[in-house]
Design a protein. Structure first.
Length: 432
C-alpha cells in the first residue's frame, strides 16, 4: 500500500512519461485507385461513422467510401473526369448541415466543389478563375464571417488563391501570394493568434516554407519560416509543444527530412529535426495517437515506401515507429477514429500501388500498474490492469476520452474517466 501512496505523491510533483506501444492492423480500402494521391476522412453521410475520401491522379477520380458502421467500405464516385485529381477536402460549405466536397485538379487547373443534397448526390461547381496546375485545396472561414471560404494552390504557377463565400455560395477570388513554385500544399490556420486565418504554404522548387499574414482585412503579407528546406513537399500547422501558439511541421523530399518549426510566440521559428532518414519524405500530419495528451507526428516516405509515426515523450523528443513498410509510393497521410472505438487510426494513400489504406490502432499502453479498486474520490490518474471496479454508488458512469459513455465490459486499453452525477471523480489508465 505504501508503494502506491508514494507513486501518487511522485505523480503530483514530477512529470511521468508513459511509453505507449501501438499495434497496427492494416485494412485495404481500394486496390485499384489509379495513382492514389490524397486521403481524407469525415462522416460524409451523417450516420455517425467515419467515411473516407480520396483522389486518383491517373484515374481522374474524386471518390468516397461509405462506412457501413462495421468498417466495410463501399466506393461511390463523386467525379470521374476531374483530370489530374490530386487533393480533396470536405466541409459544410453551404451551411445546410451536410458535408460538401472540395477538390483540386492539376491537369484541368481547377478548384471545384460538389454540393451535397443531403443524400450524397453531388452537384459540381467550378471556381473561377482557373488556378494553373491546381494541386491543393482547403475549406475554412478566412475572415471569419461565419461562412466557409476556399483556399487553393497551383503547383507550377506558385500561386495561392482564396475564394470568398458571400454566404450564398457565390465565390469571389483574390490572391494570397505568388511565386511559391512547386506549391504542393497549404495549411490555413491562425498562426499569429489574432483570430483571423493566415495561410502556410510549402514550395518544392523554391525549397521553402512560407506563411502569409492576414491583417484582419484579408490583405496578406508574405513571411518566411525557412529557406534551404530542399524539396519542401508537405506542411501542417499545429501546436506541437502545447504552449498555445501554432508551430509548423514540414517534410523535405530531397533532404529525406521531417522537421518541426517551433514558434516562439512571436512567429519566429526554430527548426528542430525529427527525422533525417525518411526517404523522399512526402507527407506529414499530427495527432495524439497514444492517448497521452501530447501531439505525435505521422509521416510518409515516397521512395522509402513506408508510413511512420513519431512518438512524442511529452517534451518533444520523438521516437520513430513504423506503421507499414511495403507501400510503394506512399504519398499522403491522415488520422481519424475510423472504427469509432475512441483511439486514433491512420489513413494513407500509396500512389505506386494505387491503394487507399487504413491502419487500425490498438493502443497497448504501459506495463506498470496493478488491479486497484476505485473506492473514493481522487483526481490522481490510476493505472489499472483488468476489470474496472466501480464504487457501490450506482450513479457512477465511465466515459472515454471523447466524452462518450462506455460500458464496463471488455474495455480496451486507454484513458477513461469516472463520473458521478456528471462530475469527474477519477481519471484512470487501463493498461490491458
Amino acid at each position: 500500500m505504501r508503494s502506491v501512496v508514494v507513486f501518487f505523491v511522485l505523480l503530483t510533483i514530477m512529470p511521468v512519461f508513459l511509453s505507449a506501444q501501438i499495434g497496427w492492423t492494416e485494412h485495404i480500402v481500394d486496390t485499384n485507385f489509379g495513382f492514389a494521391s490524397w486521403v481524407f476522412a469525415i462522416d460524409l453521410d451523417g450516420d455517425d461513422d467515419t467515411d473516407i475520401l480520396g483522389t486518383a491522379y491517373d484515374d481522374d477520380d474524386v471518390a468516397w467510401w461509405e462506412n457501413d458502421g462495421s468498417q466495410n467500405f463501399t466506393k461511390h464516385t463523386i467525379a470521374g473526369n476531374f483530370d489530374g485529381a490530386y487533393c480533396v477536402h470536405a466541409v459544410d460549405i453551404d451551411d445546410d448541415d451536410d458535408i460538401d466536397v472540395i477538390g483540386a485538379s492539376t491537369v484541368d487547373s481547377l478548384v471545384a466543389w460538389w454540393e451535397n443534397d443531403g443524400n450524397e448526390n453531388f452537384t459540381y461547381h467550378a471556381l473561377a478563375p482557373i488556378l494553373p496546375s491546381a494541386i491543393s485545396c482547403y475549406g475554412i472561414d478566412i475572415e471569419p464571417d461565419g461562412d466557409v471560404d476556399i483556399v487553393g494552390s497551383g503547383y507550377w504557377s506558385g500561386d495561392i488563391f482564396w475564394w470568398e463565400n458571400d454566404g450564398n455560395e457565390n465565390f469571389t477570388y483574390d490572391t494570397v501570394g505568388f511565386g511559391l513554385i512547386g506549391a504542393w500544399a497549404v495549411s490555413p490556420c491562425d498562426l499569429d493568434g489574432d483570430t483571423d486565418v493566415d495561410v502556410v504554404g510549402v514550395g518544392v522548387y523554391v525549397n521553402s516554407i512560407r506563411w502569409w499574414e492576414n491583417d484582419g482585412n484579408e490583405n496578406f503579407t508574405e513571411r518566411s519560416i525557412i529557406n534551404g528546406f530542399n524539396g519542401a513537399r508537405a506542411v501542417y500547422a499545429v501546436d506541437v509543444d502545447g504552449d498555445t501558439d501554432v508551430d509548423v511541421l514540414g517534410a523535405a523530399q530531397t533532404m529525406n527530412r521531417l522537421s518541426w518549426f517551433r514558434n516562439d510566440g512571436n512567429e519566429n521559428f526554430n527548426e528542430l529535426i525529427i527525422d533525417n532518414n525518411l526517404i523522399s519524405a512526402s507527407a506529414v500530419y499530427a495527432a495524439d495517437l497514444d492517448n497521452d495528451t501530447d501531439i505525435d507526428v505521422i509521416g510518409a516516405a515516397l521512395q522509402g515506401n513506408e508510413f511512420v509515426w513519431y512518438e512524442n515523450d511529452g517534451v518533444e523528443n520523438f521516437t520513430k515507429h513504423v506503421i507499414a513498410s511495403n507501400d510503394t509510393g506512399a504519398t499522403a497521410v491522415y488520422a481519424a477514429d475510423v472504427d469509432t472505438d475512441g483511439d486514433v487510426d491512420v489513413l494513407g494513400a500509396a500512389a505506386g500501388i494505387d491503394e487507399i489504406i487504413w491502419w487500425e490502432s490498438n493502443v497497448v499502453g504501459v506495463t506498470e500498474g496493478d488491479n486497484k479498486i476505485i473506492a473514493s474520490e481522487s483526481f490522481f490518474p490510476t493505472l489499472i490492469v483488468g476489470q474496472i471496479y466501480l464504487p457501490d454508488d450506482k450513479t457512477c458512469k465511465i466515459f472515454d476520452i471523447t466524452g462518450r459513455e462506455v460500458a464496463n465490459v471488455n474495455l480496451k486499453p486507454g484513458v477513461y474517466f469516472i463520473k458521478r452525477e456528471g462530475v469527474i471523480i477519477q481519471k484512470i489508465v487501463k493498461v490491458y
